[in-house]
Each structure stands twice: as structure tokens, then as C-alpha cells.
Design a binder for this molecule. Sequence first.
Ligand code: UD1
Ligand code: MG
Length: 489
Amino acid sequence: MVTQTPSAVVVLAAGAGTRMKSAKQKTLHEIGGRSLLGHALHAAAGLNPEHIVAVVGHQRDQVSPAVDAVAAELDREILQAVQEEQNGTGHAVGCGLAPIPDFDGTVIVTNGDVPLLRPETIDKLRDTHVSEGNAVTVLSIKLDDPTGYGRIVRNDAGEVTAIVEHKDASAAQHAINEVNSGVFAFDAAVLRDALGKLDSNNSQGELYITDVLSIEREGGRRVGAFVAADAGELEGVNDRVQLAAAGRELNRRLVEDAMRGGAHVIDPLTTWIGVGVRIGRDVTIHPGTQLWGNTSIEDDAVIGPDTTLTDMQVGRGAKVIRTHGEKSVIGPNANVGPFTFIRPNTEVGEDGKLGGFVEAKNAKIGRGSKVPHLTYIGDATVGEQSNIGASSVFVNYDGVNKHHTTIGSHVRTGSDTMFIAPVNVGDGAYSGAGTIIKDDVPPGALAVSGGKQRNIEGWVVKKRPGSPAAEAAEAASPATDDDSAKTDN
Ligand code: UD1
Ligand code: MG
């Protein structure tokens, strides 16, 4: 960094964003698990500026609380300015300066719908601005197709003289492929002065921030451009197609970060990682995996294929296969999946297991305990080294209230056990297959329920005559005396 003049960042987010065709304000749409505006504010905060001001307008009942939420997340102040009517980018920047009337330093202007811009790039713009002693510096980009963008006009000496909007540009100017990204650095005092001189004599009848360049240039001050190395960083999001494209690019970066951090991502194209996710070394991520929220994956874990984890903690060496999990903890070396549904507040202990077609919710499964097959376990505590038989249900709901089941350590319950909560099963207890546990089982006891099995011979042939079942039963019946005459023995 070149200097340390104080900085303020004004983030414009007052526009309507009609092309999104959405009830949600444009900048609140998310990529990588964070809103577009969140990305812009995080980038702003990355400069560590004295002030950040978000300019809100359209649907500010949605946008204002979102700004406050990002401020809380960043643990810093973000001021808000309201632009009641969208009279153009120049007007919006003027609104953005209102909360910081005495600020004297460098004002950076960015857009709330440009989510891929890196703080380092803004930093370079700021450094160029200060080291060149400019009144205004625009972050420009070179595009193969500059259609729609404001063009950077330079004189024969290569000096920037103006920005001309596409709609206001001449045919010759349309050929210019260096364009305005919409990001600027201004000297605060110069900016305040120039904003007062803007007029709306243009094709859109708006106050253009871009006109500040020609105003300053004509006023004899230095105006410059810093050309961004990666134009992709400055792609704006105006519709759903661009939203998906920006999401894909952000994901490419995040997956690359994970790989550079030592994760083995088998298929970067089908792996999706949110901005808040932490991934350790020698983690293997199989295709079709999505990791969101505050998920963390410790070293040596294996995730996927086809697994979606949100706000999950996965311990070292755990295996999580074809699983959908949320707000839960999977202990070190535990095994989960395939086809497992983990709902909030579940904890699988070290070396524990949640197997195929198991749904868990608010359940603490102790170290080494296993719930291997076809089971619903909800509102339960299981001690250590216990095994829950296949096809069991923790019957937690009486139709009005939820109740808890507590299972001790070294318990072995039979297949198809129903635990009618609230109920306790003591350490070392067993249950027989098909047991309905309504009462507590003492330590070491075997619980069985239901009477002795009764077979009513010949019931099907008698009660369902002529049915396929009856025919099958007849064919399988022991031979009668008449039949035996037909056989050789
Ligand atoms: C603007 C620039 C153009 C540049 C392009 C880059 C102007 C006049 N033109 O054009 O040179 O190439 O961005 O993407 O500045 N906004 C407000 N209030 C308003 C108007 C806009 O907050 O009254 C916000 C919008 O929400 C958006 C940003 O300012 O975040 C840019 O506005 P937009 O209307 O998209 O400008 P462009 O026509 O794209
Ligand atoms: Mg735009």
C-alpha cells in the first residue's frame, strides 16, 4: 500500500433491478451463500476504511435490515443513506456523502451488484489514485464487447478526459473498448464540489457520476484510470443469467481455495462451497457435494458423493456419504450415510454411525454408538457403544408434545423396536425384535412385548378361496392321501 489517507467507501444499492423479475431487491440475491450486497460490503470492509456508507432506496424495507445484518457479521459500523428517488448515479453518490459531511480523504464508490470485486483490486485503485495525485481515478476494464458501458475517452497523449455513456456516445466512441466499471476513487472535497455542478442534460435525464471526470479535467485537475487486470471481477449482476454466471465464478474461486488449502476435490464443477466454509487438509470431496453456511470439515474427512451440508461440523477422518445434513456435529471417524437425513441439533460421537435411510433430529449419539439402518431417531440421547436395531422408531410425538428417550451405554436393541417417549433404557439392556418399549427398561434387562405367536392353520384357503395366495398355499400344502397315490413314492 502506498499511503494511508483516510478512506470512505460508498456502496450504491438503491436501484430497482427490474431485470431480475423478483419480489426480492436485486442486491439481496445470493451467490456462495451471501447476498450480492454482502459481497460488496465485505469487499469494502476489506479496505478497513473509516466509513462505509450503503445507499439504499428501492425496497429499502428489505435492504436496510440486510445492511445491518452484514454490519453485525463484520462487527463494524455501516452507515446508511437513503436515496428516495433514483435520479442517477451522481445523485446516489451525493446521498452517500450526506452521513459523512466532514469526511476529508479518499471516497471510493462501488456498486452493490458487483459481487466478485476483490478488496485488493480496490486497494490498487486507491493506491494509484493517491500516488498519481488525482482528483478522480476510475477503475476501468477492457472488454471485447463494450456494449452498454460508459466509454473511457482519452486524448492523443493517452490522458483520460471523460466518460461517455453508451447511449450518449458517438459512433467513433462506440468503438472504444476501455469502459467504466462503475468503481471510482475521488478526493472528497473535489467530489462534493463537482456533484454540485452535475446536470441532467443527457439521454437518460439523470445526474451521472461519470460527468465528474470531465468537470475536473476542465477545472485543470488530474484525472486518471486504473485498468483492472481481471475484467471478470467487475461483471455486474442485472439478471438471473448473470447471477448464475457470477455464482459459478465465485464458486470456482472458493473450490480453488479449498484445493490450494490441501483438499482433494474430485470434481470442481459439481462441488459447491459457500463463503463461510472451512475445509482442512487431505479432505476428499466427491462429486455433487455442496457445503454451505458455517460448515467446517476437519482433516482427512471424506465427503460425498451427493452430499449437502449446511452449518455442519465434521470431525477428523469422518465419512459422510450421500447425506443431507444441517446444524449438527459429526464426530471424528464417524460414518454417516448413504441416504441419511440429519436435522438440526444432532451429534454423532466419535466412531459413531448413522447408516442408510436413517433420519436423526435433536439426538445425541455417544461415542461408538450405531444407528445403522432404516431408523428415525429424534429427541434422544444414546450413551456409548450402543447399537440400535434396524427399522426402529423413537416415537417422540404424542400428537401434542415431543418427548425424550434416553438410552444407556452398551445397549443392544432388536430390529423394529419402538421407543415410546418419554422412556429410559438402562446400560447394557437388550430388547427383542419388534418390541414396543413403553416403560423404562432397567440396566441389563431384556425387554420383550407382544404375546406368543399363534398360527391359525388353513385361514387363507378358507377365508380367501380362489385368491392367488390361496392357490399358492394349496400348492405348498402337505400332500393328501389321494395325491400320494399319484406319486411313485
Ligand atoms: C453505470 C455507469 C457506466 C458504467 C456502468 C458499469 C453512470 C452514468 N454510468 O451505468 O458508465 O459503465 O455503470 O456497470 O454512472 N444507482 C443508484 N441510484 C440511482 C442510479 C443508480 O443507487 O439513481 C445504482 C444502481 O443500483 C447500480 C449502480 O448505481 O448499483 C449503477 O447504476 P446503473 O443504472 O446500473 O448504471 P448503468 O447504466 O449500468
Ligand atoms: Mg448497471
